[in-house]
Design a protein around this ligand. Structure first.
Ligand SMILES: *[C@@H]1O[C@H](CO)[C@@H](O)[C@H](O)[C@H]1NC(C)=O
Ligand SMILES: *[C@@H]1O[C@H](CO)[C@@H](O)[C@H](O)[C@H]1NC(C)=O
Ligand SMILES: *[C@@H]1O[C@H](CO)[C@@H](O)[C@H](O)[C@H]1NC(C)=O
Length: 321
């Protein structure tokens, strides 16, 4: 009891509930707002969807507008609204997105088209890299931009299995994922970590001294040190009850992880928002209610007073308070 009181007394800012969720319906027949982000003016959310578009939400009444695409082979007629995995290599399938505020550039991890960037007025993103150390990317997934250095951290979930084949990666306990860094000053992509088991989300710390990377298949989060005495080394930070997907830094410097927990007794999936701090203590774990009952989620992003919920299945972006 005392520890609970101390917990609430010391960390009131991390205590939250996610109860009242509204749906922002996606453009017709598209699904899968895997991740969301906001630009330097706080506009958005921008979200990456199944038909290859990154769309920007301009508020009620206006809805979504097209922001950028990742594939020069994409046609609106064939791709808009699709959720056909066979079209992903052609239409693109952006997954992780984040802005570099200083230049208003949107960096994109596309599951089939590699790492890309789009300037403020560009409608087609420019491909930056499709491989590292001679090994092609197979399924780019999470992405974060360090606003202090401009470095971009991103993950290749697997070097063997694509997004479409990801259930097989899970069944095979694949451990061929990588954590990568793109340095815009040199144009170089470097491999920070290899042998990750379902490298999904990535988030850089507020002071740029480390990045956290989730391993979806291994149910855990690793910490990779960028600076200080442990620079270039990694450690297992925390093991979770379920599968972690994206990890997002909160304004206060903690991290929100979207975790899918299988409830063995009820045979249902419990979408859970887990808050951890930089040393791996779990500060809070909140099960999401409707419309996320028995549904997996990919992201929980805190922006101002709301939580934006990503999912590969939903035909809406969730906004919860
Ligand atoms: C970490 O690796 C980078 C790139 O390989 C290198 O430049 C740097 O000196 C290394 N730092 C330490 C402390 O080993
Ligand atoms: C699983 O379901 C049981 C029965 O409803 C419940 O008591 C338990 O808390 C659930 N576990 C999780 C992790 O949600
Ligand atoms: C939960 O979803 C799974 C499929 O994802 C389905 O088989 C199961 O019947 C659902 N359970 C409930 C209680 O809705």
């Amino acid at each position: 009891m005392l520890s609970i009181l101390i917990f609430f007394f010391c960390f009131p800012s991390v205590v939250f509930s996610i109860s009242n969720c509204k749906k922002i319906d996606l453009p017709l027949t598209a699904v899968g707002p895997e991740s969301s982000t906001f630009d330097s003016w706080g506009q958005g959310p921008y979200t990456a969807i199944s038909d290859g578009r990154v769309v920007k939400y301009n508020g009620p009444g206006v809805g979504y507008v097209d922001y950028v695409i990742t594939s020069p082979f994409r046609s609106k007629r064939e791709c808009d609204g699709t959720n056909n995995p066979e079209l992903w290599p052609k239409c693109g399938r952006p997954i992780g997105i984040a802005f570099y505020f200083l230049k208003n550039q949107l960096f994109i991890a596309d599951a089939y088209r590699g790492l890309l960037v789009a300037g403020p007025n560009e409608r087609l993103a420019t491909q930056i890299a499709t491989s590292a150390e001679g090994l092609p990317f197979k399924f780019l997934d999470g992405l974060d931009v360090d606003q202090l250095t401009g470095n971009v951290y991103f993950t290749d979930a697997s070097s063997v299995y694509t997004l479409r084949q990801f259930a097989q990666a899970v069944a095979a306990n694949d451990a061929s994922g990588r954590l990568l860094k793109y340095d815009p000053k040199t144009g170089q992509v470097t491999v920070l970590q290899r042998g990750l088991s379902g490298a999904a989300g990535v988030a850089v710390s507020l002071d740029s001294s480390y990045v956290l990377v989730t391993e979806y298949i291994a149910n855990r989060i690793q910490k990779f040190w960028l600076r200080g005495p442990k620079a270039n080394t990694s450690e297992i930070l925390v093991t979770l009850e379920g599968r972690p997907d994206n990890i997002k830094r909160t304004p206060a410097g903690n991290f929100l992880v979207a975790v899918t927990i299988q409830n063995a007794s009820t045979q249902t999936i419990v979408a859970t928002a887990v808050t951890i701090n930089g040393v791996g203590n779990i500060r809070q774990s909140v099960s999401l209610g409707p419309p996320y009952d028995n549904t997996s989620i990919s992201e929980v992003l805190k922006f101002r007073h709301s939580y934006y919920i990503g999912s590969l299945m939903a035909d809406f972006l969730g906004v919860c308070n």
